[in-house]
Design a protein around this ligand. Sequence first.
Ligand SMILES: *[C@@H]1O[C@H](CO)[C@@H](O)[C@H](O)[C@H]1NC(C)=O
Ligand SMILES: *[C@@H]1O[C@H](CO)[C@@H](O)[C@H](O)[C@H]1NC(C)=O
Ligand SMILES: *[C@@H]1O[C@H](CO)[C@@H](O)[C@H](O)[C@H]1NC(C)=O
Ligand SMILES: *[C@@H]1O[C@H](CO)[C@@H](O)[C@H](O)[C@H]1NC(C)=O
Ligand SMILES: *[C@@H]1O[C@H](CO)[C@@H](O)[C@H](O)[C@H]1NC(C)=O
Ligand SMILES: *[C@@H]1O[C@H](CO)[C@@H](O)[C@H](O)[C@H]1NC(C)=O
Ligand SMILES: *[C@@H]1O[C@H](CO)[C@@H](O)[C@H](O)[C@H]1NC(C)=O
Length: 171
Amino acid sequence: MLVLQIFLLPWALRCWAYGVDSHVFTITQLACFLNSTSVEFVGNATLDGTLTHSLESHNGQFNVSQMWPLETPDAWEQRQSKLQDYLNNFKLLVNLLANEKAVSYPLHVHGTKGCQLSKNDTNRFYEILLNGTKFLTFHATRNLWMPLQGTSAANYTSQKLNEFNQTTTNL
Ligand SMILES: *[C@@H]1O[C@H](CO)[C@@H](O)[C@H](O)[C@H]1NC(C)=O
Ligand SMILES: *[C@@H]1O[C@H](CO)[C@@H](O)[C@H](O)[C@H]1NC(C)=O
Ligand SMILES: *[C@@H]1O[C@H](CO)[C@@H](O)[C@H](O)[C@H]1NC(C)=O
Ligand SMILES: *[C@@H]1O[C@H](CO)[C@@H](O)[C@H](O)[C@H]1NC(C)=O
Ligand SMILES: *[C@@H]1O[C@H](CO)[C@@H](O)[C@H](O)[C@H]1NC(C)=O
Ligand SMILES: *[C@@H]1O[C@H](CO)[C@@H](O)[C@H](O)[C@H]1NC(C)=O
Ligand SMILES: *[C@@H]1O[C@H](CO)[C@@H](O)[C@H](O)[C@H]1NC(C)=O
């Protein structure tokens, strides 16, 4: 149930950028949960500050675009379908955790994730804000989620995320 494929576009870009000086790829995603069923997403991706992808999802209508033709049309079709699955899983996961910890809606979940690529190093980062307050961060070197606030919701969520490969090593 807690299977969350936090799939990341940057890994696809890793090869492409490999050997080039240094790049920062960032994905931001804002999910507004009015309640457990009504969720809106907006997001974007940037490479070195230049917009590469945009995402919007209102009332289940999903619109994602790549500004740069980074992927072939076939690969991009598959990517879009995976992204839709990812958003559905993300929604399920947030609802599950909100339900278990009696967290009240409306909720704003803001994620910033990405990586910094340089010649011999890849540095991944992922930080989550809940209602505008720092909530969780991912320590890439230890493959661990850490709470950024002393609430039981943050403790519980990081523990749960740390239990699964899909949300740690395969992140
Ligand atoms: C969630 O909010 C939407 C929009 O306000 C509303 O139409 C829907 O009935 C609500 N659903 C639940 C389960 O409260
Ligand atoms: C990407 O989204 C973030 C957060 O919503 C926003 O602050 C930023 O301006 C956006 N970047 C671009 C290039 O649109
Ligand atoms: C989808 O998003 C793109 C880029 O933001 C925009 O140009 C396009 O009009 C949107 N399409 C729909 C159906 O909203
Ligand atoms: C999030 O913020 C909304 C109002 O902006 C509030 O109603 C809700 O209770 C908050 N939830 C949490 C978990 O902080
Ligand atoms: C990358 O390699 C160079 C030369 O081997 C070294 O000087 C540098 O510290 C390395 N950078 C990182 C971030 O590991
Ligand atoms: C969260 O975890 C920390 C460290 O394990 C603990 O000190 C703290 O009491 C916990 N907070 C809550 C609210 O459970
Ligand atoms: C996670 O991956 C490791 C190594 O691939 C594997 O040994 C372990 O069984 C996996 N754990 C889960 C919960 O899937």
